[in-house]
Design a protein around this ligand. Structure first.
Ligand SMILES: [Zn+2]
Length: 402
């Protein structure tokens, strides 16, 4: 394997020609060719052969899309889940190495980690020590006492299994505590603040509770904004928690399994995004109360005008299944293929505030690209169709030894 190159590295102008291009803004597929150089898309043509480059890649019979953006994943939880106490600290970060490679090879070029990865993981990708999508960090899920980020047992009391200054204490109470926990996370390198407002679906406890007061939520949102304009992502299954998060100005609601009319109205009015992570409930046969409620929630949100972005919540499902979420958005959530692909590209970049830089195939945007075999937008077998991936203009090796 050749040593990793820092991003961006491609100085030569590469012409991708002969195929079709997905316009994320309109959902249209049209013949197109592009030139990439110095990590950016430098020109987009109509496919009439008017562009040239130092080298050409034939994309005939294929479709170029912007790189996928996963707004809710967990790249460094594998080691933690296998053995909470017995591992050296470095194991957690190193467990992200194969995960990030897998995501990149599926065409995912940006991820927002919804807790588990520390600033060393982001740095290792930035420096080119490991290959992967760009990683945006939340470090840990902040919560009030007894929330799902609070690791405590009646036998031991508190047990912070991270025991690691790079992963600060996420537990807080009250508005002053809310500001302090945001400052702790930012000090350790968080790009986003992840808050849990309800219990978890897997534990089946507290999913319709609201475990944070409106005053605490408002303090978190305000403090995050003061800290370099950071956004807040709120884990919320129940409608009241989602509604209060939206009213407080949270940037996104994660999961949103049991939304109702009042919740989606508040989200639409506040411009709060929904990252439904349908993979959590729609995996397997998609049966069950939560699976049905979740489909209904996302449809309700979309019809109320709530913007929707792609997030998988892996590793609840393995990371090599990341693109199934797009199929869930298209069908279970009823967005259809073009809107689902937009939710995974341009809209995801909008949620993250990165749409000036990436998320669509346009001159000046970062050359994060996926080449799929075939020119159709059907979302059923996206992984199998990935023929090539470019990350900041550098072509990714899709298989070891190739
Ligand atoms: Zn999650």
């Amino acid at each position: 394997m050749s040593p990793a190159q820092p991003y961006p590295s491609a100085a030569r102008r590469v012409l991708l020609t002969g195929g079709s291009v997905f316009d994320a803004a309109t959902g249209q597929v049209r013949p197109g060719e592009i030139v990439i150089g110095d990590g950016r898309i430098t020109a987009v043509g109509a496919g009439t052969g008017s562009l040239d480059g130092d080298e050409a890649v034939d994309t005939s019979g294929c479709l170029l899309l912007p790189g996928f953006v996963d707004c809710h994943t967990h790249v460094a939880l594998a080691a933690t889940r296998q053995d909470t106490f017995g591992l050296p600290r470095s194991a957690r970060g190193l467990s992200a190495v194969p995960v990030l490679r897998t995501l990149l090879r599926r065409g995912v070029t940006t991820v927002r980690d919804a807790w588990g990865a520390d600033a060393g993981v982001r740095l290792a990708v930035e420096r080119g020590w490991i290959e992967g999508p760009e990683v945006l960090l939340s470090l840990r899920q902040v919560c009030t006492t007894g929330g799902i980020g609070d690791h405590w047992s009646p036998r031991t009391g508190p047990f912070d299994f991270f025991g690691d200054p790079a992963m600060p204490d996420p537990v807080f109470d009250g508005e002053d505590g809310a500001r302090a926990v945001v400052r702790r996370m930012v000090r350790a390198g968080a790009d986003w603040i992840k808050v849990t407002a309800t219990g978890s679906l897997s534990a089946g406890l507290g999913v319709t509770d609201t475990q944070i007061t409106p005053g605490e939520m408002a303090a978190i949102v305000d403090e995050a904004r003061r800290q370099g304009g950071r956004g807040v992502m709120v884990h919320a299954h129940g409608a009241r928690a989602a509604e209060e998060a939206a009213r407080a100005g949270a940037r996104s609601v994660e999961h949103g399994t049991f939304l109702d009319e009042a919740a989606v109205t508040a989200m639409a009015e506040s411009g709060t995004w929904l990252v439904p992570t349908l993979s959590v409930t729609q995996s397997g046969d998609g049966d069950g109360e939560a699976a049905e409620a979740h489909r209904r929630s996302v449809r309700l949100a979309a019809s109320a005008g709530v913007p929707v972005a792609m997030g998988t919540d892996n590793p609840v499902r393995p990371h090599d299944e990341v693109l199934r979420e797009i199929d869930h958005l298209a069908h279970a959530a009823g967005l259809g293929p073009a809107r689902a692909l937009r939710a995974a590209t341009l809209d995801a970049a909008r949620l993250l505030g990165l749409d000036g830089d990436r998320g669509e195939i346009a001159a000046g945007k970062r050359a994060d690209l996926v080449l799929l075999s075939g020119t159709g937008l059907a979302t059923g077998a996206l992984s199998e169709r990935v023929r090539a991936v470019w990350r900041s203009g550098r072509r990714v090796t899709l298989q070891d030894g190739v």
